[in-house]
Design a protein around this ligand. Sequence first.
Ligand SMILES: *[C@@H]1O[C@H](CO)[C@@H](O)[C@H](O)[C@H]1NC(C)=O
Ligand SMILES: *[C@@H]1O[C@H](CO)[C@@H](O)[C@H](O)[C@H]1NC(C)=O
Ligand SMILES: *[C@@H]1O[C@H](CO)[C@@H](O)[C@H](O)[C@H]1NC(C)=O
Ligand SMILES: *[C@@H]1O[C@H](CO)[C@@H](O)[C@H](O)[C@H]1NC(C)=O
Ligand SMILES: *[C@@H]1O[C@H](CO)[C@@H](O)[C@H](O)[C@H]1NC(C)=O
Ligand SMILES: *[C@@H]1O[C@H](CO)[C@@H](O)[C@H](O)[C@H]1NC(C)=O
Length: 515
Amino acid sequence: MAAAKALELPSLYFYPRKTVIYRKYGKKPQSLVAVALVFLLTLVFGLFLIRIYLKTVPEENQTVDEVLNMSVLWMAPFLSGSGYGTEALSFIQGLHKHISNLSIYHFGDIVEEDYVASLSEDTQQLLKQLWASNETLPRYFIKRQYEDEELARKIDTRRRMFPDGSIIKEPILRQLHDVVIVQSIPRGWEPYLFDTAKYRVGRTVFETDRLPDEWAAHCNYQVDEVWVPTEFNVQTFSGSGVKRDRLQILPQTVDTETFSNPRVTPRPRPKECLDSDFIFLSVFRWGGRKGTEFLLEAFLREFSPEDSACLAILTATHKMKTNASYYHGLIHQFANDLGITPAIRPRIAVLEPSISNQDMPGLYAMANAFVLVSRGEGWGRPYTEAMMMNVPVIATNWSAHTEFITSETGYLVAVEKLDLYPSDDEEMSNYWGHLLARPSICHLRQTMRYVKDHPKDAKRRAANAKQMISTRFNQDAVTRTLLGHLKRIKANLTKEKVETMLAFRAQQIVAEGFV
Ligand SMILES: *[C@@H]1O[C@H](CO)[C@@H](O)[C@H](O)[C@H]1NC(C)=O
Ligand SMILES: *[C@@H]1O[C@H](CO)[C@@H](O)[C@H](O)[C@H]1NC(C)=O
Ligand SMILES: *[C@@H]1O[C@H](CO)[C@@H](O)[C@H](O)[C@H]1NC(C)=O
Ligand SMILES: *[C@@H]1O[C@H](CO)[C@@H](O)[C@H](O)[C@H]1NC(C)=O
Ligand SMILES: *[C@@H]1O[C@H](CO)[C@@H](O)[C@H](O)[C@H]1NC(C)=O
Ligand SMILES: *[C@@H]1O[C@H](CO)[C@@H](O)[C@H](O)[C@H]1NC(C)=O
């Protein structure tokens, strides 16, 4: 059973269109010997195909050499270093060679000077090269950028009025873009951003079982389609009322270069961990959604100082400068509350939150396993990074990351139930009334123990994971998906359709009282 499952994996992940080959030959054989023989030949042939496929993808697939004659404006918090911002940057790094007119602009978050300075010379150069000129931006946007703060605040109302008194009645035809993509939460998709768009795309994500208020309306009316990273998001968005036919999947890219360098030097073990310890690494934002208390309780209860196990945590708190000793204090308190005294406590190390992005591969390389029982993810980037680094991953069996973490590529922890997010968390009021997974502490304990005690199995799953992640989510693969969407959109942008669309939108703006 397990063996059969293991073999299904490559056909599923590596070359979906060729799965048929497997199936066709796999079903015909008359005798056991024939079954075995065909099986073996198929396997060899399969591996051969995988090699060819992996090697020839760029030549084989026309789209990668192709340049689409299209004008695309992409607005995202490029200079903020936020999740949306870094994701947007990885998209345009793949896309810019394949679009004749691609321009970008910072939108939706503050500019983090330190982050910008930390970008490589090449990346900074690319940002400059693609940076939108005044001619390619919506007029209102330009005004808003340049007027003084006081004035900007005044005009930032539902009335789309410029400081000079003129009013937006219709899209301002400066340079009309085929597509304007805005990457932010849907509440940020204000009509003025799309003034110069023939076609409007929103890129977003959410991590609970439904959407916050108003999100569905923004998805349905402020853009023509929405790009989300996984099928999980398609389900939760459509379940919350977003029209199914405007949802498209665009996965995140995984930085296969940074996270696969075999010569990366593992970070030295934290001083709290012994040389013989099996290191469980976890990387998360402190607090409710990431299942912090489930992880701590499971580790504290399952292991003792006599076990050669150590939990290494890299964490941070939203918009709060903190340090390792602060979290040590919180963990100490948590353990005390469970009645687990320092004498019987397993080793837990908290890393200083100041670790830079460049040090992340070394951090994963230090770990024997990665564990994060998140209560809900819209994608799950740390998982993909650990997987690229050949580290076995343990994750909750619910939400977006189950699209790539399966029992063949990692370890899934059973979900006790979906329950309400506590409404005393002011910061996360977006989650109030939403359901998130409650991972089973009991199963998490068993799973951590199992992974520690079965290095061979863990290694096998980690190898599968790396292969799968690097094949499905490398930059070329995701760029092809992205180009596919843009081509589909372009094919549908006939002159009449565009005129109808713009006329309809101008009406909508008037009807909704923006003027
Ligand atoms: C690209 O498209 C624009 C407008 O759609 C057109 O004017 C131009 O000729 C096209 N360029 C090429 C090289 O096809
Ligand atoms: C692309 O930009 C050039 C100028 O940089 C412009 O002449 C051309 O019309 C643009 N093409 C499209 C499709 O917008
Ligand atoms: C862009 O437009 C703003 C406002 O109209 C103006 O102040 C600024 O100088 C322009 N920038 C460039 C590079 O033309
Ligand atoms: C760590 O942060 C706490 C507050 O969160 C502060 O009181 C303490 O001085 C800091 N310690 C160090 C070593 O910076
Ligand atoms: C994960 O959950 C799904 C149902 O949501 C279930 O079918 C599957 O067996 C579970 N996988 C594991 C490994 O527990
Ligand atoms: C093209 O656009 C129309 C609406 O204008 C839509 O109904 C149709 O599904 C689109 N076709 C494709 C291939 O996207």
